[in-house]
Design a protein around this ligand. Structure first.
Ligand code: ZN
Length: 361
């Protein structure tokens, strides 16, 4: 069993982090284009159109937090500057906290805006992304295993890990879709699919706001794809919005069924490899899921990334955290990141292979 968190997706840009300080707040930095120069002055006209939702978000943030009252002025007069919020935000300003606050205030419109921007930000950042590590993971780790012997839990919304015709590898989300885009239907779950359980939903899943039907689209999502999707059931014709779940969201019946599927897979796992996921406190429902289902004998392996001089500290932290949460320390840690883990696995596979050949001789 593999568990993939933000750290697994963040191989090229930080913006894939599903939650955290960068999400939405780094939207402009990740998505800005160069401005045209008109007589020595920056022309923001097009950008203001492209970023109209973000402008609303800036106003919303300023209205929620008195200490950010200066923000709309700076955004308005940014000129050539790219809005960089690095080091200027507190934990309470992160979008997951913001969503919590909006829900408490019954500000449904504000919550929708934030979720819309989460979608746009992740879609833009992972659009056409060179997902080299996922490709290697699929080819070198998943593909050689016998069908049914491996399953994946992903906490990421991005759909960078998806079926690959080159390696003849297919996935099954183990959730019932009422409608599948016909171009996706050709490859989705094509043969011997690998279980890919996405507990926070996925950018290319959509749910009808009218009837609750679940739709599956093609796994390439541009940020403009949030809107404009209509229920496949003509009688309903409701609006379909991306099916992504963030902490503090209420969980519908679809998600509860998927959690049960995840439990079964976790119970059956004898080894769990956690890549780039830290079981943060706000992911209470994920932590509980693992506490309820993790087999007492299952070995835990952690793949994380930290600086060389931080490794000792990080090991202590991981031992403490896992002992607290799951009553055991991780057996193996790789603190050089996902790429290094893949390198090590490849080396081990090679040694085993040459060893077997030597034995044969
Ligand atoms: Zn519908």
């Amino acid at each position: 069993m593999f568990v993939l968190g933000a750290g697994a997706s963040a191989s090229h840009r930080s913006a894939n982090t599903p939650l955290g300080k960068d999400l939405v707040w780094d939207y402009h930095r990740d998505c800005a284009h160069l401005l045209r120069d008109i007589g020595g002055k920056p022309d923001q006209t097009q950008e203001n159109v492209d970023f109209s939702k973000f402008s609303k978000f800036i106003l919303l943030a300023a209205s929620l937090y008195a200490e950010l009252a200066w923000l709309p002025g700076e955004w308005q007069n940014r000129g050539w500057k790219v809005l960089d919020m690095h080091g200027r935000l507190l934990k309470k300003h992160f979008v997951d906290e913001m969503l919590d606050l909006l829900r408490k205030e019954d500000n449904e419109e504000g919550a929708r805006l934030v979720k819309h921007l989460i979608f746009e930000h992740i879609a833009e950042a992972s659009f056409n992304a060179p997902n080299t590590l996922y490709k290697r993971f699929a080819k070198e780790i998943v593909k050689p295993k016998p069908p049914g012997s491996i399953s994946i839990i992903s906490l990421n919304f991005d759909c960078m890990l998806h079926e690959d015709l080159d390696t003849d590898l297919y996935y099954d989300y183990l959730i019932d879709f009422d409608w599948i885009d016909h171009s996706r239907a050709e490859s989705y779950r094509h043969s011997n699919p690998i279980a890919l359980i996405k507990l926070n939903g996925s950018l290319e899943w959509g749910m009808c706001e009218g009837c609750g039907r679940l739709h599956l689209y093609y796994p390439f999502m541009h940020r403009t794809f949030y809107e404009g999707k209509v229920c496949a059931n003509r009688k309903c014709a409701g609006i379909v919005t991306p099916f992504i779940r963030v902490p503090h969201d209420r969980h519908g019946p679809n998600m509860n069924a998927l959690r049960d599927v995840a439990k079964d897979h976790l119970r059956a796992a004898d080894r769990v490899t956690v890549v780039g996921y830290s079981f943060p406190g706000y992911d209470k429902h994920i932590i509980e899921l693992f506490q309820d289902s993790l087999d007492t004998n299952a070995r835990i392996e952690v793949v994380d990334k930290c600086r060389n001089d931080q490794k000792e500290k990080q090991t202590d932290y991981l031992n403490k955290k896992y002992t607290e949460l799951f009553k055991r320390s991780p057996e193996i840690e790789t603190l050089d990141g996902f790429g290094d883990y893949l390198d090590n696995q490849a080396k081990q596979a090679y040694t085993q292979l040459t060893g077997t050949e030597r034995d044969k001789r």
